[in-house]
Design a protein around this ligand. Structure first.
Ligand SMILES: Cc1cc2nc3c(=O)[nH]c(=O)nc-3n(C[C@H](O)[C@H](O)[C@H](O)COP(=O)(O)O)c2cc1C
Length: 355
């Protein structure tokens, strides 16, 4: 097992931005870096299949890494030959390591026996881990859920992590079938910390620097990986560092959130893309940001209805700029949900197609 790259604050628990397809693009990494980088970044997943080639836009986040932090290249696939080919293509690029996705719960993905679907066939995972351990040019890391239908695969998964000297395990404390609606099973993360020989990053609903501290304490994990809450609050990694160091923790105001919204708007802007598509893309981010703007969810209500930049700018101005001195909530306001058909505490009738 090789050591992980140095953290920003030497010796502190580490933080990572979770890989999120269509979110953790070069542009978003650039914005997050501007507001306070995590220690590590992970790319969106590179698809690995017979005819796959490294997706240019994902590769760009490696070749032109807009942060000064290490970046891991995530792969999703199951075929040994194609995995080997993909790794050899990545070898010449400045990555900290290769990360294997064992967690994607989208049915159209897991039904191809990749992502979360790999947890159904651990004999095959054994082979993939063996191969990746042998050929990974740098670190070999795994991002997984705690099981597929239930947690039956969990113990053996940890045995395989140890057998193949995996360098880092990022563990989302839900099964594949629990998608995003169930509570996170932090007890399984604590168990993984005890049993795995490698560092473990706790992942799932780490909503604030206070929650990060609680999870670090309760699980004994090496660090924290954060996805959706970093979309809502890109200062979260900086806040964790400050809190763990005993420093004053930066408390963003709605004025800071306005600056963040402008940074997203400018960095994601693409001349060639129709305006409504651009606004729709930005609304995905505002769906998360809105959880901390007002307790009644009026901002969310209005921003979800905008179609053009002009309406969007008007809502941002009225809810954020005008109230610049008001605090941005540290935790999401209770009862507000970014993606109602995915993240409510009730199992959805239809499983949705995203990771
Ligand atoms: C929009 C979206 C896209 C995601 N894409 C990926 C992905 O490409 N690879 C992956 O391993 N996990 C992916 N995930 C899962 C996240 O990395 C993370 O495990 C999950 O969101 C739980 O962490 P959180 O509660 O901090 O968001 C995605 C999650 C979301 C919300």
């Amino acid at each position: 097992m090789s050591p992980l790259p140095e953290t920003i604050n030497e010796g502190q628990a580490c933080t990572a931005l979770a890989p999120m397809q269509d979110v953790t693009t070069w542009e978003f990494m650039k914005v997050v870096h501007q507001f306070g980088s995590p220690d590590y970044y992970f790319t969106e997943y590179f698809r690995v299949h017979e005819t796959s080639i490294l997706e240019k836009h994902i590769l760009y986040s490696i070749t032109d890494n807009p942060t000064d932090r290490p970046i891991f290249a995530q792969l999703i696939g199951e075929n040994l030959e194609y995995i080997e080919r993909t790794v050899s293509e990545l070898k010449s690029h400045p990555i900290a390591g290769i990360d294997l996705n064992l967690g994607c719960p989208a049915p159209k993905v897991y039904k191809k026996n990749v992502g979360g679907g790999l947890l159904i066939n651990l004999d095959h995972v054994d082979k993939i881990f063996g191969l990746l351990r042998e050929i990974s040019p740098h670190l070999f890391t795994v991002k997984s859920r705690i099981g597929f239908e239930d947690t039956a695969p969990f113990e053996r998964l940890l045995d395989l992590i140890n057998k193949h000297d995996v360098d880092l395990l990022s563990l989302h404390g839900r099964t594949v079938k629990e998608m995003y609606w169930a509570d996170v099973h932090y007890d399984y993360i604590a168990e993984a910390v005890k049993r795995a020989n490698c560092p473990v990053l706790a992942n799932g609903n780490v909503t604030s620097y206070l929650k990060a501290e609680e999870i670090l304490y309760n699980t004994g994990c090496h660090g924290i990986m954060i996805g959706r809450s970093a979309i809502r609050n890109p200062w979260i990694f900086r806040q964790i560092r400050e809190h763990l160091a005993g420093d004053v923790v930066f408390q963003p105001t709605l004025g800071d959130v306005f600056a963040y919204s402008q940074s997203l708007r400018e960095t994601l802007f693409k001349e060639s893309v129709p305006e409504q598509n651009q606004v729709n893309k930005l609304k995905k981010f505002f769906n998360f940001i809105g959880l901390g703007v007002d307790p009644g969810g009026q901002f969310l209500y209005e921003i979800r209805r905008v179609r053009f930049f002009e309406d969007m700018d008007d809502v941002l101005y009225r809810y954020l700029k005008v109230h610049s001195d008001k605090p941005f909530a540290t935790e999401p306001y209770p009862g507000l949900v970014a993606r109602p058909n995915r993240e409510t505490q009730v199992k959805p009738l239809v499983e949705v197609a995203y990771c």
